[in-house]
Design a protein around this ligand. Structure first.
Ligand code: INI
Length: 161
């Protein structure tokens, strides 16, 4: 079960515009992350017309797409979603580290919250455990939902500063 316990309901996010960038690799998992993120945003009053969705081929493409989105100046936050599952080659480590570094760089360079919803797991089972169907059981862990709540908290924080 998730250990992240945000102070739900205290977010100041009225009128916020949010982009979700989701990778198609491991699509069964990333679609569940996307569902979790969308549910969390709508639950907190973000209207569907204020949520834009972009799809990229794989996790490695997330940073560049996030950068393009950030430079548009249209959004209050970005949620990056993807899933990398360890295989038998060093490819996993390269994709994970470059994606992580790139997403972090976009946030710092563009001065914009970019929530990190990238699963990096040893196997499919771990990925499934972290991308639970939130409509089926509220206690399922869903890192997409957590990333969305992080984005909302950061928007709220930025509005205080
Ligand atoms: N992309 C992922 O999102 N997840 C993976 O598990 C994965 N693996 O295992 O290779 C993956 N690779 C593709 C990569 O992200 C790029 O799309 C590709 O290298 C083209 O740039």
């Amino acid at each position: 079960m998730s250990e992240y316990r945000p102070d739900e309901g205290s977010f100041n996010v009225g009128g916020a515009r949010i982009a979700i960038v989701v990778a198609r690799w491991n699509g069964n998992i990333t679609e569940n992350l996307l569902n979790g993120a969308q549910h969390a945003l709508v639950r907190h009053g973000i209207t569907e017309s204020d949520i834009d969705l972009l799809r990229v081929p794989g996790a490695f493409e997330l940073p560049l797409a996030c950068q393009k989105v950030a430079k548009s100046g249209t959004y209050d936050a970005i949620i990056a979603l993807g899933c990398v599952i360890r295989g038998g080659t060093p490819h996993f480590d390269y994709v994970c580290s470059e994606t992580t570094r790139g997403i972090g760089e976009v946030a710092l360079n563009e001065n914009l919250p970019v929530a990190f919803g990238l699963l990096t797991t040893d196997n499919l089972e771990q990925a499934e455990d972290r991308s639970g169907d939130i409509s089926e059981n509220k206690n399922h862990e869903n890192k997409g939902e957590e990333a969305a709540l992080t984005a909302l908290e950061m928007i709220s924080l930025f509005r205080q500063l």
